[in-house]
Design a binder for this molecule. Structure first.
Ligand code: NAP
Ligand code: MG
Length: 406
C-alpha cells in the first residue's frame, strides 16, 4: 500500500448531528483515513456540544474557516420546539448555517451529482446546473402593510441632512389594499457578483444572471449594472482567457433558456428566484441526497457540505438497531470538494488527485448498480441492488482502493 497523502494546511472539520454524524465517522474510517494523513482542526457542531458551549463552537469554527480558508461541514440540527426537551437545550440556538454564512458573508452554490441510470426529469440536462442564490434582502427583509381605502401610500427617503424625497406608490381611493417595502445594498450585490464570477473561474463555466430590469428600471436595473461593471472592470480579461462568458438576460428569457440548455453553467439568481429555482433544479435532477453545496465568500473562503439535512427518520431507525440505507454521496462530495480545494491552495497535486478518485469511485459504485434505497427507487439500471448505509461505503472503498493503487 502506498504511503499516506500528507496535508500542508489544516482543513476545518465541522461535525454534525444524527444520521449524517454516523455517516461522517464511517466516511472518515472507510474512505479517508486509509489514504490521507488527515490534518483537520476539529469542531463539534453536534447540538449537544453547541448547547454545552452556548453555541460558541459555531462561531469558533467560522473564525477558523476564515483563518485557514477551507472547511467541510456535516449536516446539523436547527433547533425547533421539539428539540428543546430532546436535547435539554438552554436556548433555541440559531441555525449554524445561518451563523456561518453571516460571518463569512458568503454565497451558496448548489450542484447536482450526475450518474448513469438516474436521469433528470429534463432529458437534455446532461451536465449539472449550479445554482447560486443571493441570500440577502429583497422580499426576505421586507416591510409590509395593509392599507385602508381612501389612504395614500408613499415611498419616503430622508437623507443625512433631513431632506425628504417622496414617490407616490398608490392612491387607495378605490379599494383597500396592500403595500410592501423592500431594499438591497450595492455592497451586498457586489459581493454576490464577485462570488459568482470567481466561482465561474473556479469551475471554468459560464455565469448566467437575470433580473426583471425592463419592468424594475431602478431596482432590478441596479443589479444588472453592478454585475456588468464588476465583470467589465475585474473579470472580462480572465474570462476571455479561460474561454468562458458572463451572460445577462431577462429572467423570463433565462428560464426558457435553462429548460432548453444542456446544463454546465452557473446560474446566479436574485434571492426569490434562487429560493424557488433551487427547489425546481434539485427535484429535476432526482434527489436531494445527490446535491452538493458550497459556501463561497467574496474573498475566496470555501465551506463544503451536503444540501440535505441530518436525515432524522433514518437515525431513529439506526438507534433502534434497524438497518438503514442512507445515501452518503453528497457528504462524500463535501469531503472531496474540500480536499481538492485544500490541495489546490496548498499546491499538493496528490491530494487533488485523491479527491478526484474518491468521486470517481463513488460514481462508479452507483453505475455498477450498487446503491442506497433512495437511488434504487430512481435508477433505471437493470442490475441494480439496494445496500445498507455501511455496505455502500465499503463498496466505494473497494473501488477507491483499486484506483489509488493503480
Ligand atoms: P432531511 O434530513 O434532508 O431529510 C428529509 C427526508 O429526505 C428524509 O427523511 C429522507 O426521506 C430524505 N433524505 C434526505 N437526505 C437523504 C439521504 N442522504 N439519504 C436518503 N434519504 C435522504 O430533512 P429534515 O428531516 O426535514 O431535517 C432533519 C434535520 O436536518 C432538521 O433538524 C433540520 O434542521 C436539519 N437540516 C440541516 C441542514 C443543514 O445542516 N444544512 C439542512 C436541512 C435540514 P425518507 O425518510 O423518505 O427516506
Ligand atoms: Mg426554497
Amino acid at each position: 500500500m502506498a504511503e499516506k497523502i500528507k496535508m500542508k494546511t489544516p482543513l476545518v472539520e465541522m461535525d454534525g448531528d444524527e444520521m449524517t454524524r454516523i455517516l461522517w465517522k464511517w466516511i472518515k474510517e472507510i474512505l479517508l483515513e486509509p489514504y490521507v494523513d488527515l490534518n483537520c482542526e476539529y469542531y463539534d457542531l453536534g447540538l449537544k456540544h453547541r448547547n454545552e458551549t452556548n453555541d460558541k463552537v459555531t462561531f469558533d469554527s467560522a473564525e477558523a474557516t476564515k483563518k485557514y480558508g477551507v472547511a467541510v461541514k456535516c449536516a446539523t440540527i436547527t433547533p425547533n420546539a421539539a428539540r428543546m426537551p430532546e436535547y435539554n437545550l438552554k436556548e433555541m440556538w440559531k441555525s449554524p448555517n445561518g451563523t456561518i454564512r453571516a460571518i463569512l458573508d458568503g454565497t451558496v452554490f448548489r450542484t447536482p451529482i450526475i450518474v448513469k441510470g438516474i436521469s433528470p426529469y429534463i432529458p437534455t440536462w446532461t451536465k449539472p446546473i449550479t445554482i447560486a442564490r443571493h441570500a440577502y434582502g429583497d422580499v426576505y427583509k421586507n416591510t409590509e402593510m395593509r392599507v385602508d381605502k381612501d389612504s395614500k401610500a408613499e415611498l419616503v427617503v430622508t437623507d443625512k441632512d433631513g431632506n425628504e424625497s417622496r414617490e407616490l406608490i398608490y392612491d387607495f381611493s378605490d379599494s383597500d389594499g396592500i403595500i410592501q417595502g423592500i431594499h438591497n445594498k450595492d455592497e451586498s450585490i457586489a459581493g454576490f457578483a464577485r462570488a459568482c464570477l470567481n466561482y465561474g473561474l473556479d469551475l471554468k463555466q459560464d455565469v448566467w444572471f437575470a433580473t426583471k430590469d425592463t419592468i424594475s428600471k431602478k431596482y432590478d436595473h441596479r443589479f444588472k449594472d453592478i454585475f456588468q461593471e464588476i465583470y467589465d472592470n475585474e473579470y472580462k480579461e480572465r474570462y476571455e482567457a479561460a474561454g468562458i462568458e458572463y451572460f445577462y438576460t431577462l429572467i423570463d428569457d433565462a428560464v426558457a433558456r435553462v429548460i432548453r440548455s444542456n446544463g454546465g453553467y452557473i446560474w446566479a439568481c436574485k434571492n426569490y428566484d434562487g429560493d424557488v429555482m433551487s427547489d425546481m433544479i434539485s427535484t429535476a435532477y432526482g434527489s436531494l441526497a445527490m446535491m452538493t453545496s458550497v459556501l463561497v465568500s467574496p474573498d475566496g473562503i470555501y465551506e463544503y457540505e451536503a444540501a440535505h439535512g441530518t436525515v432524522q427518520r433514518h437515525y431513529y431507525k439506526y438507534l433502534k438497531g434497524e438497518e438503514t440505507s442512507t445515501n452518503s454521496v453528497a457528504t462524500i462530495f463535501a469531503w472531496s470538494g474540500a480536499l481538492r480545494k485544500r490541495g489546490e491552495l496548498d499546491d499538493t497535486p496528490n491530494l487533488v488527485d485523491f479527491a478526484n478518485k474518491l468521486e470517481q469511485a463513488t460514481i462508479q459504485t452507483i453505475e455498477d448498480g450498487v446503491m442506497t434505497g433512495d437511488l434504487y427507487l430512481l435508477s433505471s439500471l437493470e442490475n441494480k441492488k439496494k445496500v445498507d448505509s455501511e455496505t455502500f461505503l465499503k463498496e466505494i472503498g473497494k473501488r477507491l482502493d483499486i484506483l489509488v493503487n493503480e
